[in-house]
Design a protein around this ligand. Sequence first.
Ligand code: ADP
Ligand code: ADP
Length: 229
Amino acid sequence: EPFITFKNVTKTYRMGEVDIHALSGVNFCVEKGEFAIVVGPSGAGKSTILNVLGGMDSCDGGTITVDGNLISDYNRKQLTAYRRSDIGFVFQFYNLVQNLTALENVELASEICKNPLDAAKTLDMVGLSERKGNFPAQLSGGEQQRVAIARALAKNPKLLLCDEPTGALDYQTGKTILKLLQDTCKETGMTVIVITHNQAITGMADRVIEVKNGLVSSMHINEHPVPVQ
Ligand code: ADP
Ligand code: ADP
């Protein structure tokens, strides 16, 4: 069985009198160690996929498995443990704690999980050991995102979920962040999923999952992923 499976996953939001079908029967899989990109226009359902996969929200129907576990059947307590130990999160706007240093931000993440990596070592992995004593406001956008990636890696997660990780960065910096995520995936064997509306970066993924109107409209494998252009 693949590392991640979505089978007929549905999610509906009730807005007053109106039902909004965010996911209308989503099917896809991702193999262990893949660098996968979920791409689609705004409103397609990408964040909803990330939320149900990351255990932040539950789906209404269908099944989701991660590493052989049926997470769509997890209760709240199980989901909290899953979010804390199994998943690393990277966000568009970094979500760093402003009054903690880079190193302290990374240490914070390792405190809540079961098998943390050494915080200083993960800052080294992202090339930021020299900046460990700096506060977020003293770092560039790209550096802040690298701290956020180090924080996610410090949890030693099975799965890294990245929501528009380059959305707040200039083009060149965005490229180095994507390259870092791709290299981390290959070097650690960790499964990485990036959510984006940016079609231009799909060539670098091992697997591309296109989402439209709450459905997967196509899925393809790149036998020879290319670096970001
Ligand atoms: P994307 O991330 O691709 O932009 P989303 O998953 O955020 O798409 O949204 C899919 C659909 O679900 C959209 O129509 C959006 O308005 C709706 N939606 C998402 N979250 C909520 C929510 N909490 N309440 C109501 N509707 C929502
Ligand atoms: P609790 O609220 O039970 O203390 P949290 O959900 O705050 O647990 O934290 C568990 C993990 O889930 C943390 O690593 C955190 O980064 C992540 N997390 C929590 N909420 C979200 C969210 N909305 N989106 C992405 N990740 C989240």
